[in-house]
Design a protein around this ligand. Structure first.
Ligand SMILES: *Cc1c(COP(=O)(O)O)cnc(C)c1O
Length: 484
């Protein structure tokens, strides 16, 4: 039996192999543009991922060769400048290097007295300042906004029912809580209602106006009629940057209404909240600074590598009371490694937590917040450029107003839904550009979300050229049974 650890016997060998791996991935990033955005996955490659559990060791170099051949070419492609589907960040080489350092340190950020926790706290201080939150506000890195929205619902539930709800459950008080969000909200708001035990039926879906923003009159009457029926309205989730078209709810009006009605005002700012960093876009978000909680992602517009979601909560004590649990094995001290209470694990469901803060800290320090803001401004300028090109091209039709960085449009033809769906699939398979689709007022739209810092005007031109070419081709091609 070997007495050896998992460390190498020859560090020099590992060091040279490590340098080769670093060079390969930096080469990949340097030459991204020469690659297809995405490519179909050959069956034999897919089949190579059904191996039995390897019992014996393999050479690191060989495993890395398999990574280069079978994994690297077949990712979704969101690092590529031609990726405009969904709302994915591009990542950066700096974030990647920071992630490598974090993995080397292997810090566990559940708690204890360590500077990695202070780094996370530093990001919290920066976010308090960015959103004009009080110095007492709490915050936490999480996987993403889906988890951050769930945490917000749970803290708001504590605010209205008190911390005893954690022992007694929501059924004990016999109070039926109701929450509100718009028809354009992300599905994870509804999922948060489900996971919190409040149920999705308790979420009122408020219709949107012609700008795809929550209709405030309808919100007000929904709240009034729920009160009349003896229910307890408690939570409103506004959206800063809807996932479909990038609309921003009227956050100032929502915050006013919530204060008046004594409701928790949450903002799902998954990608949009960081527009606070862009001087020309920040005014769209007025009112976000009044929120009781904000959920957002550094991994979208912030360009931090996945994953790096964040929840910011105005009232630290409610946040603490929602999650903190005494446990003998997590006993706190005033000195030694077990000092430094409260710990991050007191503010969320995770105990073991990675060092997401490090790649975010590196990103904000190395590029500077102003440059991240400039990237955000640039993606919005590209969206306006795309909008203008669509408006001047008779074969194309704009399907929603452009508020931030998302443009929804379609190719005009006799059978627009199947033809536009086929245009998008053809674009994906061509490797030229990857937009996604959505449904706008019942019509299938080509949805272009410009999030990546690498995307430039030429990428927009290439997308348009390909849409027109595939449009002309698909329009005359017969449809399959499934398409029609
Ligand atoms: C992306 C997104 C989410 C989900 O965030 P994840 O980080 O993917 O969990 C929620 N809401 C909006 C508006 C989004 O754009």
């Amino acid at each position: 039996m070997s007495q050896e650890s998992l460390d190498p016997t020859d560090w020099n060998d590992l060091r040279s192999q490590g340098h080769r791996m670093l060079d390969d991935i930096l080469d990949y990033l340097e030459h991204l543009r020469e690659r297809p955005v995405w490519q179909p996955i050959p069956a034999e490659v897919r089949n190579r991922f059904h191996e039995p559990l390897p019992l014996e060791p393999s050479d690191l170099a060989a495993v890395h060769r398999q990574f280069m051949a079978d994994i690297l070419p077949y990712a979704v492609g969101n690092a590529h400048p031609g990726f405009m589907g969904w709302v994915h960040g591009g990542g950066t080489p700096v974030g990647m290097l920071a992630e490598m350092l974090a993995a080397g340190l292997n810090a566990n950020l559940g708690g204890r007295d360590q500077i990695p926790v202070a780094v996370e706290h530093q990001i919290l201080e920066w976010m308090r300042a960015l959103f004009d939150f009080p110095e007492t506000a709490s915050g936490l890195f999480v996987t993403g906004t889906s988890m951050a929205n769930l945490i917000a619902v749970l803290v708001a539930k504590t605010a209205v029912l008190g911390p005893t709800v954690r022992q007694q459950g929501i059924a004990a008080g016999n109070k039926r809580l109701t929450a509100y969000t718009s028809a354009a909200a992300h599905g994870c708001i509804s999922q948060a209602m489900d996971l919190s035990g409040l149920g999705t039926d308790a979420l009122r879906i408020i219709p949107t106006n012609h700008r795809f923003e929550m209709d405030l009159d309808q919100l007000q009457s929904a709240i009034a009629s729920d009160r009349k029926a003896g229910l307890i309205p408690f939570f409103v989730a506004g959206t800063a940057g809807t996932v479909d078209v990038g609309a921003v709810d009227n956050l100032a009006a929502l915050s006013h209404l919530c204060r008046q009605q004594n409701l928790w005002f949450h903002v799902d700012g998954a990608y949009g909240a960081l527009a606070r960093l862009a001087p020309d876009m920040a005014p769209c978000l007025v009112g976000i600074e009044q929120a009781d909680s904000i959920a957002f992602d550094f991994h979208k517009w912030g360009q931090v590598p996945y994953d790096a979601g964040f929840i910011l909560v105005r009232d630290e004590s409610l946040h603490y009371q929602t999650f903190a649990s005494p446990a003998a094995y997590l006993r706190r001290e005033t000195r030694g490694v077990a000092a430094g209470s409260p710990w991050p694990c007191d503010y969320g469901p995770d105990l073991s937590r990675g060092f997401r803060a490090l790649k975010t800290w590196f990103t904000l320090k190395v590029y500077g917040a102003r440059q991240i803001g400039a990237v955000i401004s640039h993606t919005c300028a590209l969206a306006r450029y795309l909008q203008d090109r669509i408006l001047e091209t008779p074969a194309l039709e704009l399907l929603a107003p452009v508020s931030l960085n998302i443009v929804c449009f379609r190719y005009r033809c006799e059978r627009p839904d199947p033809v536009n769906a086929r245009i998008v699939t053809s674009l994906h398979e061509s490797g030229i550009a990857v937009p996604s689709t959505t449904i706008i007022h019942g019509a299938l739209a080509i949805r272009t979300a410009i999030v990546n810092h690498r995307t430039q005007k030429g990428d927009i031109d290439a997308l348009l050229k390909a849409v027109l070419a595939f449009g002309a081709e698909c329009d005359t091609a017969p449809l399959s049974e499934q398409e029609s």
